[in-house]
Design a protein around this ligand. Structure first.
Ligand code: COA
Length: 169
């Protein structure tokens, strides 16, 4: 199946809904328009539903709101609907915006997985960080998702150079 973007879509409306930096994804169907945006506000309850759908444990909405406010970058993947876009993917980054950034909470709704959207989401995140001229990007992956990142050029650690440490204060 070839990937394509739909021609039958009002581009002005996209800017209005998703902001000037939005990107239309390639999808297996011209009926399906999916849009990446760093600008469209995330509905926290919709985000909670997405996290539920991928099996993540719940976090208090109040704390998630604060985490998003303090994030360097928040990206939503939206199933386009001129009246009510639906959040079907998400990623965010923390960091200083200059030297270091860390990617967190990468998710694509199970109904939309396996269509190249996770890859496009990550490429978009990295393009946004590149535009900020961030020097280095890190992330922490579950063992069963390592290949997803490794196939996109992420370097797996530790390789006798660095290790991840966790501490819960
Ligand atoms: C991981 C995730 C974001 C991938 O999204 P996706 O839209 O299905 O990914 P894509 O379709 O772009 O897949 C790109 C490639 O990665 C592979 N891939 C996808 N998910 C993978 C996984 N969990 N493990 C290993 N490889 C994976 C695909 O097979 C595809 O390979 P191909 O290019 O050889 O065909 C999605 O499965 C997800 O949200 N999972 C649950 C949440 C999660 O685990 N997030 C990561 C936290 S570290």
């Amino acid at each position: 199946m070839s990937l394509q973007t739909s021609a039958a879509i009002d581009r002005d409306n996209l800017v209005e809904l998703y902001g000037p930096e939005h990107r239309l994804c390639t999808t297996p169907s011209t009926q399906l328009n999916l849009v990446l945006s760093p600008d469209r506000e995330i509905d926290l309850y919709e985000l909670e539903q997405l996290c539920d759908a991928v099996g993540w444990s719940r976090r208090p909405v109040r704390r998630v709101r604060k985490a998003l406010q303090h994030s360097l970058l928040v990206v939503g993947l939206w199933r386009h609907d001129p009246r009510l876009p639906r959040l079907v993917g998400f990623a965010r980054c923390t960091g200083d915006g200059v030297i270091e950034a860390t990617v967190w909470d990468v998710a694509v709704h199970p109904l939309y997985q396996g269509a190249g959207l996770g890859r496009q989401l990550m490429a978009f995140v990295l393009d946004q960080l590149r535009a900020m001229q961030v020097e280095r990007v890190s992330l922490f992956a579950d063992p069963d998702v390592v290949r997803f990142y490794a196939d996109q050029g992420w370097e797996l650690e530790p390789q006798n150079r660095r290790c991840a440490f966790w501490y819960s204060p």
